[in-house]
Design a protein around this ligand. Structure first.
Ligand SMILES: *Cc1c(COP(=O)(O)O)cnc(C)c1O
Length: 359
């Protein structure tokens, strides 16, 4: 039996998306590919009903990190300065990118178990008027925490700084405030998390105004060039053509199923089913529901059970769970409910836990 994937991407595919991979071979410089690229880019804007006059999209070949790196390296202007907010692995990753590209930056290092400290962020913005941009993680997949995007946006707006968001594990399933006069300039995400495509294509949604000031620190991942060429029905390099087939089919499926709000509701129901079920066996979620995304939850390992034991037993029952990252690997395990999963699958997962823990 092929196990179901409960890791935070790549996800278990629907049959519809899986079959979409078996379409004709395409040259990426023929009109058929550009039609596919156009549809992917238009549908990505449609997920949050964005106005193409205000927003554009760069599709790129790579994983989610490539999109985040492209966003950070391209959208902090040459004379700009970045404030990076960390409360997990993915925030740390952005700090590492800023260091590597020698982008002027400050880091606010928060506890991995704590929410972003808005007062501390406000103080940092006040203390350094050179800061032009803030980088944050929307859903910090390290712990399953949904960071306070409305609060952070209000703060950025009040201080006149622009916001760059890693939405890799939230795009397509959580609310994202893209308001016309808001501070959000870009969101980086990937095909193979909440959108249910396959790994290989990632993307950044970017406000057109921000492109005008973009820096050119990076070659392959140059956001400005990607957007410019894709808008001319062109592409700088060979894209992951088959991954584009899957992304387009996944976006059609998302629209047919009722868009991001329906996906949010579906994930929330599955995540709660698992949380309530595990609580009956004394396994607690690490964060309260109100602080959690619907996409992924972190749980404390039951006493006397190692992650490896739990993982191997569940895999034998048909489920791949995910370890904690960094210092959390000895304490936590994670369960993501993205992908083509149903309530019946979660019921089988809970039954597998029961036979593991009650024997
Ligand atoms: C998955 C993820 C990424 C990117 O990971 P890749 O392995 O490069 O796809 C970035 N940020 C967050 C918040 C993620 O969950």
């Amino acid at each position: 039996m092929t196990p179901l994937l409960l890791n935070p991407g790549p996800v278990t595919l629907s049959e519809r998306v899986r079959r979409s991979l078996l379409q004709p071979d395409l040259c990426h410089r023929e009109s058929e590919f550009f039609a596919l690229q156009d549809e992917a880019r238009a549908r990505l804007l449609d997920v949050y009903q964005l106005d193409p006059a205000e927003w554009s999209v760069a599709l790129l070949t790579g994983s989610g990190t490539a999109a985040v790196e492209s966003m950070i390296a391209s959208l902090v202007p040459e004379n700009g300065k970045l404030l990076v907010l960390e409360n997990g692995v993915y925030g740390e990753r952005i700090s590492q990118m800023a260091s590597q590209y020698r982008i002027a930056h400050e880091v606010l290092r928060g506890d991995w178990m704590a929410p972003l400290d808005l007062e501390q962020i406000a103080a940092a913005l006040k203390a350094d008027e050179g800061i032009t941009h803030v980088a944050a993680i929307h859903h910090e997949t390290t712990t399953g925490r949904l960071n306070d995007l409305p609060g952070l946006s209000a703060l950025c707006q009040a201080h006149g700084v622009r916001l760059l968001l890693d939405g890799v594990s939230s795009f397509g399933a959580e609310a994202i405030g893209f308001s016309l006069d808001g501070p959000l300039d870009a969101v980086a995400a990937t095909a193979n998390k909440c959108l249910h495509g396959v790994p290989g294509v990632a993307f950044t949604l970017v406000r057109r105004r921000a492109l005008a000031e973009a820096a050119s620190r990076v070659f392959y991942l140059d956001l400005g060039r990607l957007v410019r060429l894709q808008e001319q029905r062109n592409t700088p390099f060979t894209p992951a053509v088959h991954a584009c087939y899957a992304l387009v089919e996944a976006l059609r499926e998302l629209a047919d199923e009722g868009g991001w709000q329906a996906r949010h509701a579906r994930y929330a129901a599955l995540a709660e089913q698992v949380r309530v079920g595990l609580a009956q066996y004394g396994i607690d979620s690490v964060l309260p529901v109100a602080a959690s995304s619907v996409v992924l939850r972190a749980y404390r390992l039951p006493p006397g059970v190692t992650y490896a034991q739990l993982h191997d037993a569940l895999k034998a029952s048909g489920f791949v769970i995910y370890a904690g990252q960094g210092g959390l690997s000895a304490e936590l395990f994670r369960v993501s409910t993205m992908g083509a999963l149903q309530a019946a699958d979660m019921a089988r997962l809970l039954a597998a836990f029961a036979s593991l823990l009650l024997h």
